[in-house]
Design a protein around this ligand. Structure first.
Ligand SMILES: *[C@@H]1O[C@H](CO)[C@@H](O)[C@H](O)[C@H]1NC(C)=O
Ligand SMILES: *[C@@H]1O[C@H](CO)[C@@H](O)[C@H](O)[C@H]1NC(C)=O
Ligand SMILES: *[C@@H]1O[C@H](CO)[C@@H](O)[C@H](O)[C@H]1NC(C)=O
Ligand SMILES: *[C@@H]1O[C@H](CO)[C@@H](O)[C@H](O)[C@H]1NC(C)=O
Ligand SMILES: *[C@@H]1O[C@H](CO)[C@@H](O)[C@H](O)[C@H]1NC(C)=O
Length: 599
């Protein structure tokens, strides 16, 4: 039986010239052997800024039989807990990241997997459209338990339905073509990433934290790095020309270290220096265990030597523009082969001299976003796009989800290049609804070559109800990153694994850039006033309480009225003291007479 490999471009082609190619899976699908596959790989790239970028990628593929109603009756390497969550909620694709720190595109180039600071989750659903909202809610709650992250704070007020910015990255079935109303996007910029997120993340791996490259993920070392990002991507991929499909789970960990600070100004790195230990094993169930070191910078920067001999050098050529070619070089290590000869592996490199800090040529596109304005009444969002391509204009897709408490004025939206106004090729704006929907802005812009374009929009701050303020209200409120999607025409400044065939899904030079998150301070009531009042009242109550309690808890008893007797008795005693003689009787009589007189 011969199955045709049919694919077609879908969606918003007239406006966006870039669209991820979607493979259509034929309905007649016959699978023979069901084998799960696991691969682990590590990319190390010394960056021109002196930092070292390391990317771990753990890939599990599980063959799907399209006639099988529940693929998680039988599972081998794919984590069942995650698989069941995906299966139960009719999820076609899931993309989730937890990040600490900001990726500096202008200094570090482009990462393999971009992620915004904090948590980001987007999913593409299939099945019944009326159930998506409830599925999304249940999905966020389940994932929040799965990854110990506060994804349960995702609600309608911070969820958007992106029109064009988030498209499927894997194969999409023929009977269920991509429809943007099936996508949900949300981000929590305030989320903090810590060891408690790493532990459940590692538990999903077939070898856990027991063996393989994941043993290098030492919480103490990686959480003291400049940038840490954990990501989980689930999608469906084609096998054998799309006659079969598989469910693919990619777990990636991106870390950026700063060796010159620790290694006496040298960019020296090694497993021990970066992760605190050398590698002692590979995961036994992994098909391949590979390490790639990007050694392209040996030619341009400070020369270095690798401490162990690579198995081979991989060279990859790519075009910059007008037929001008550039080459990336990678040293390749096959860990499975290395462990046949040694007991431990500590790949590293030693630099000849100290790192020289200089001006780094920035990549083709990068973006800067800020909050403008002052005071607590009005503000604005100001975004600067840099297109460094000398000749070509760039078409970008800008997506921004702005919280409802920043009340945007859509008429103030302007995009300018110098004094020239740039008209957006496409504009989608959905205003927010208080407490139930964020602002949603999507723009397609054409940036002129070698230019700096500026976009700005103004807003008012809303005054929240007093119970809506968090305990640290004066800290301010976060607004998530804007997302810029673009299809670049060269792979310059990209960091990626060589020969990454990506399972037949060629993303081209598709790139997603996340801007800085924004911190705005909303008008905050003086929360110290109630505090003062509470303090004062408490003091007054405390002072008053004692005596009142004293008085009210003691029972009142009338004192018997025998004043005369007692008075006489007193006098008797006094007189006894005075006289101390035998003439007691006389004196008593005298005194009795006296008292009668006085009365
Ligand atoms: C971008 O690539 C160019 C040429 O390969 C290189 O000189 C430059 O340092 C790179 N910039 C960054 C930020 O990686
Ligand atoms: C979708 O779900 C609704 C309510 O659960 C149900 O009435 C409807 O028949 C379902 N549609 C399909 C196509 O399954
Ligand atoms: C996408 O799905 C929505 C809701 O089910 C439907 O109304 C709309 O027509 C669909 N769009 C396309 C292009 O199929
Ligand atoms: C880097 O270049 C130097 C010569 O400048 C060479 O001796 C060294 O082997 C190179 N390092 C790598 C990893 O290729
Ligand atoms: C309660 O009253 C008694 C006298 O009736 C007094 O000695 C005592 O100090 C009082 N205690 C307080 C807490 O006021």
């Amino acid at each position: 039986m011969k199955v045709k490999n049919s694919y077609r471009l879908q969606g918003f082609i007239p406006i966006l010239s870039f669209v991820v190619v979607l493979f259509i899976v034929p309905k007649t699908c016959k699978s023979s052997s069901f084998t799960d596959k696991f691969d682990e790989k590590l990319l190390i790239k010394p960056l021109p800024s002196g930092h070292v970028y390391t990317l771990f990628q753990f890939v599990v593929q599980k063959d799907l039989n399209r006639n099988d109603n529940n693929p998680f009756h039988h599972f081998r390497l794919f984590p069942r807990s995650l698989g069941e969550i995906i299966f139960q909620h009719d999820v076609q694709e899931l993309h989730f990241s937890l990040t600490q720190g900001l990726w500096r595109y202008e200094k570090w180039g482009y990462p393999t997997r971009s992620a915004p600071p904090g948590a980001e989750l987007w999913a593409l659903f299939k099945g019944n459209a009326s159930e998506i909202t409830s599925n999304w809610k249940k999905l966020t709650h389940m994932l929040s338990g799965q990854f110990c992250a506060s994804l349960n704070f995702i609600e309608d007020s911070n969820t958007a339905i992106p029109k064009h910015s988030f498209r499927p990255e894997g194969a999409v079935p023929f009977d269920h073509p991509y429809n943007s109303s099936y996508v949900r996007y949300s981000a929590l910029p305030h989320e903090i990433v810590c060891t408690e997120n790493l532990t459940p993340f590692r538990k999903l791996l077939p070898c856990g934290a027991q063996a393989g490259l994941s043993t290098l993920l030492n919480a103490l070392n990686i959480f003291s790095a400049h940038y840490v990002s954990l990501a989980v991507d689930v999608r469906q991929v084609c096998k054998k020309d799309c006659s079969e499909i598989a469910l693919e789970l990619i777990q990636s960990v991106s870390i950026v270290f700063d060796p010159p600070v620790q290694q006496l100004k040298k960019q020296d790195w090694s497993f021990v220096k970066l992760f605190g230990s050398s590698l002692l094993s590979t995961c036994p169930v992994a098909t391949t265990s590979q390490v790639f070191v990007d050694i392209t910078s040996n030619k341009s920067g400070v020369p270095f030597v690798l401490n162990s001999k690579p198995r081979k050098i991989i060279k990859e050529k790519f075009e910059i523009y007008d037929g001008y070619m550039e080459e990336n070089e990678y040293a390749f290590y096959d860990l499975k082969k290395m462990f046949q000869e040694t007991k431990y592996v500590n790949i590293g490199s030693n630099y000849n001299s100290i790192h020289i800090y200089g001006i780094i040529p920035s990549p083709v596109l990068y973006v800067d976003r800020k909050v403008s304005g002052y005071g607590q009444e009005q503000g604005g969002i100001h975004c600067t796009f840099y297109n460094n391509h000398p000749k070509k204009s760039l078409k970008i897709l800008y997506f921004d989800m702005i919280p409802w408490y920043m009340r945007l004025y859509s008429h103030t939206l302007t995009v300018k290049n110098g004094n020239k106004v740039i008209d957006p090729d496409y504009l989608y704006y959905q205003p927010a609804k208080d407490r139930s929907r964020p602002h949603h802005l999507e723009l397609v812009l054409t940036l002129p070559p070698n230019s700096k374009s500026e976009m700005s929009i103004e807003f008012d701050f809303a005054f929240l109800k007093w119970t809506e303020y968090p305990p640290d209200a004066n800290h301010g409120f976060y607004a998530g990153s804007a997302v810029i999607s673009v299809l670049l025409d060269s792979a310059r400044n990209f960091s990626r694994f060589p020969e990454s065939g990506n399972n037949g899904i060629d993303k081209g030079n598709f790139l997603r850039i996340y801007t800085q998150i924004l911190l705005v301070s909303l008008p905050t009531p003086d929360f110290s006033m109630p505090y003062n009042v509470i303090c004062l009242t408490c003091t007054v109550v405390a002072l008053a309480f004692g005596p009142i309690h004293n008085i009210t808890t003691k029972s009142l008893q009338p004192i018997e009225d025998n004043k005369e007797n007692s008075f006489i008795a007193k006098l008797k005693r006094k007189l006894k003291k005075l006289w101390r003689s035998k003439e007691d009787d006389k004196t008593i009589i005298v005194n009795e007479q006296d008292t009668k007189k006085t009365q």
